[in-house]
Design a protein around this ligand. Sequence first.
Ligand code: ACO
Length: 435
Amino acid sequence: MTTGKTAKLILADGKEHTLPVTVGSEDEHAIDIRTLRADTGYITLDSGYMNTGATTSAITYLDGEKGILRYRGYDIEELAEHSTFVETSYLLIHGRLPTQSELATFSRKLVYHSMIHEDMRHFFEGFPPGSHPMAVLSAMVTSLSAYYPDCLDRDAPAELHITRILSKVRTIAAFSYKKTIGQPVMYPRNSLSYCANFLHMMFAVPAEPYEPDPVIVKAINQLLILHADHEQNCSTSTVRLVGSSGANVYAAVAAGILALWGPLHGGANQAVIEMLEVIGDPKGPYKGDHKKFIAEVKDKKSNQRLMGCGHRVYKNYDPRAKILKKMADEVLQHLGVTDPMLELAKGMEEVALKDDYFVSKKLYPNVDFYSGILYRAIGIPTPMFTVMFALGRIPGWLAHWKEMTEDPTSKIGRPRQIYTGSTTRQYVPIEHRST
Ligand code: ACO
């Protein structure tokens, strides 16, 4: 909100420009530069958007210095403890917790939209063996727009598309897994809750009955809640940018899935497990010596990073990592699994938290540090980890897309640049060119 506060900018020519200051509900301050170029000819330069607020938003608040994360005002710790993924999705998308009947209606809609068009099942056969499931998921979500062409009408209500995406991504993710292991796809069962149904589609086979383990159902709920939104991160900003052009919601969400894929973003959970496998390999270069690996990470020349550590906005322990570390202990104990990787990860965290390199750069474990260990214990294969992240982030992307499209002041996203190439040159015919 604008408060009457201002900031003064003095440019090289000595001219002063006064800019309004916008203050958020948690007292975050921003200099509003919307009139800057028109008034002065200057733009701002901020590669990586380290200081740039692309929008105002009422969805998620996070304080990276204090390690606070809230969805619509509710602490992530409380939601992870008491809510379900479906309820949290409603909260993110609609802005408030649902009543009992609203939740029942929302859940019923998610149940009834879980199947994909039967023709789409054949798409899975077109992908080569070993296709990364993120490639499959993004292609399938884009393809959904072809089955629901009314999504191209920007004036039509979006609610049904939002429900379809939220419900069908589970089915698509599970079908793509079944394809990679050569098992028949399992159709959704309407009697199951959102997360139980996902586990059923992933792990049931037609030959025998399958009952999802309630402890694992709760763990999946919590994992998805923890991933459900994180304000203007790389993938969410991508969803907003693509959506700002008027592209349909399936296209915007598919773009978010692709942005999430990178190892510096959602792909980090896969990268963490791959890193731990290399460190723990008795025939590998580290033979379980994580201190040797950490020493290499600290050596600038090695180009090695401690995956699952560090964050653009958290300069304190990521609150999600705290919950996941505890959950990893509980789930592994429940399953009777001892995973040397959990011990390895804890050992590495202990070293990093005391090491001056990590302390001085404020590098703490992030959400991806322990999530992969949990997914492994549950039986989800490593290439599917980023898909799990995407399933969790879907309601966040949808909430941001909805917030943006419902805001009459939204504009197409179009950053500027400072050009550093050649100034004007004359065309030289090819026979007169030298290298
Ligand atoms: N291991 C070792 N050093 C690191 C790490 C790390 N994981 N992360 C940052 N650093 C160092 C950098 O080398 C840099 O050092 P310098 O100042 O001496 O050059 C300094 O810390 C700052 O790092 P930047 O890359 O500039 O920080 P940025 O905010 O751009 O990057 C990022 C954040 C990408 C998450 C980074 O910490 C990283 O690569 N982490 C590992 C990948 C990862 O876990 N990604 C998941 C993030 S959570 C998510 O997206 C869901």
